[in-house]
Design a protein around this ligand. Structure first.
Ligand code: ADP
Ligand code: MG
Length: 254
């Protein structure tokens, strides 16, 4: 289980997160929602080692993640995507996925390799695995195309494929539906469900409430850097503090 305790992040005078605590149950789909600036991406950055929290503790299966580098956290199976798409534009879809496969926990990988023949076999196995993942996200027809040549929604699917290639035990998705059409979002929701069915825990930040309420087991609501509510989708939708936070946010921006 992923446990976040009393997490605090300050940027100079700005308090992005304050006393944030929550658990992400194994094999759940847990979503973090909240108005812009609530601290959602900051929480992801802290969990995945992209920033060092000012205070608090993050553990996975009882082992502290706080203070580890992003690569060390990824090797423990905690893998993320970014809010802004981050594929390698010049590389083909297949080569993007191969970079993900090479990021996996490969302790002793080189030591195990006995000569060139073994290496060739290894590359062939990786390439078969890449094909399986590309097929899974529905980009079979794009395998050899440069990622930059794909429509935006498909580039985001490449990013998901790269993350899956790293064999996540916990997959953190930062606004996977952003910039996607309605039908692409439906595809992504289906993929997230199937990923969970394979035993992966999913932590999701997403603005599309239809998507969030449709696929989440638990929803955590952040506002102003604090958790204001946590519960099942139906309870969250009826929660007065949540309604107030969202109405307050839209009133503030009009
Ligand atoms: N690197 C940074 N430096 C300074 N302030 C930041 C930085 N990253 C985020 N913030 C601030 O922290 C708050 C939370 O931001 P963020 O986590 O991106 O929110 P969300 O993802 O919920 O929209 C905002 O006030 C934002 O301006
Ligand atoms: Mg964000």
């Amino acid at each position: 289980m992923l446990a976040v305790r009393d997490l605090a992040v300050r940027f100079g005078g700005v308090t992005a997160l304050e006393s944030v605590s929550f658990d992400v149950r194994p094999r759940s789909i847990t979503s973090v929602i909240g108005p812009n600036g609530a601290g959602k991406t900051t929480a992801f950055n802290a969990i995945t080692g992209y920033l060092r929290p000012t205070g608090g503790r993050i553990t996975y299966d009882g082992v502290a993640l706080t203070g580890l580098r992003p690569s060390a956290i990824a090797r423990r199976g905690i893998v993320r995507t970014f809010q802004k798409t981050s594929v390698f534009p010049g590389l083909s879809v297949e080569d993007n996925v191969l970079t993900g496969l090479h990021l996996r926990g490969t302790a002793g990988f080189l030591a195990v390799l006995a000569g060139r023949r073994r290496l060739v076999a290894e590359e062939r196995a990786l390439s078969a695995e890449a094909a399986t993942i590309i097929d899974f996200v529905g980009l079979d027809h794009r395998r050899r195309e440069a990622a930059s040549a794909l429509p935006y929604g498909e580039q985001r699917l490449v990013e998901l494929a790269v993350a899956l290639a790293a064999s996540p035990r916990v997959l953190l998705l930062d606004e996977p539906g952003a910039g996607m059409t309605g039908s692409e979002k439906t595809v992504v929701s289906g993929l997230i469900r199937r990923v969970r069915e394979q035993g992966v825990t999913v932590l999701l930040v997403e603005h599309d409430m239809r998507m969030v309420m449709g696929i989440s087991d638990t929803v955590i609501v952040l506002n102003g850097g604090r958790v204001i509510a946590e519960g099942a989708p139906a309870a969250i939708q009826a929660h007065p503090d949540v309604i107030r936070a969202y109405l307050g946010a839209s009133a503030g921006s009009s």
